[in-house]
Design a protein around this ligand. Structure first.
Ligand code: ZN
Length: 144
C-alpha cells in the first residue's frame, strides 16, 4: 500500500512537495489516489490525504463514510489530515516517513488515537520509511 502511495507522490506537480496518498476499500481494492497539490491548486487544504479521501468517498460507501478503509500515505499526516481521517471513519492509517515537526499521528500530536474521540483508526507508521524520506530529500535538494 505504501508502494502505491510512493507512486502517487510521483504524480505531484514539480512545485509541490511530493507526498502521495491512496485509499483502499475493506476488500483491498484501490478507491482513490492523490498527490499533494497545494501549489498546483493554490489551495492550503489540498494535501494528498484530503484529496484522496474526497475522491474515495465519491467512489465508495454511503456518501462520506469510509468505514473499513485504509489510507496509506508517504508522510505522517498533519493535524488537518489526521482530523479528516477520523471524520471519514477510516479504519486504518499506514504511513511511511515520520514528521517530527508537524506530525499528528504520534510525533507531535496523536490526534487519531485521542481517547476522547469515539472513532480511533489503527495506525502503523514507518513503513518503507527510507524510501519515503528519500522522496522528500530529493525534492528539497532540487529546491536549493
Ligand atoms: Zn495534511
Amino acid at each position: 500500500m505504501i508502494r502505491a502511495a510512493v507512486a502517487a507522490a510521483g504524480s505531484a506537480d514539480p512545485r509541490d512537495v511530493p507526498v502521495g496518498a491512496v485509499v483502499f476499500g475493506p476488500d483491498g481494492r484501490e478507491l482513490a489516489r492523490a498527490a499533494n497539490a497545494r501549489e498546483a491548486l493554490g489551495d492550503p487544504t489540498a494535501h494528498a490525504e484530503v484529496l484522496a479521501l474526497r475522491a474515495a468517498a465519491r467512489a465508495f460507501g454511503d456518501g462520506w463514510r469510509l468505514e473499513g478503509a485504509t489510507l496509506a500515505v508517504t508522510l505522517e499526516p498533519c493535524t488537518m489530515c489526521a482530523g479528516a481521517l477520523v471524520l471519514a471513519r477510516v479504519g486504518k492509517v499506514v504511513f511511511g516517513a515520520w514528521e517530527p515537526k508537524t506530525g499528528a499521528v504520534g510525533s507531535l500530536w496523536d490526534v487519531v488515537r485521542d481517547r476522547r474521540l469515539n472513532h480511533r483508526p489503527q495506525v502503523r507508521g514507518g513503513v518503507l520509511e527510507a524510501e519515503c524520506v528519500a522522496l522528500l530529500e530529493d525534492f528539497f535538494h532540487r529546491q536549493r
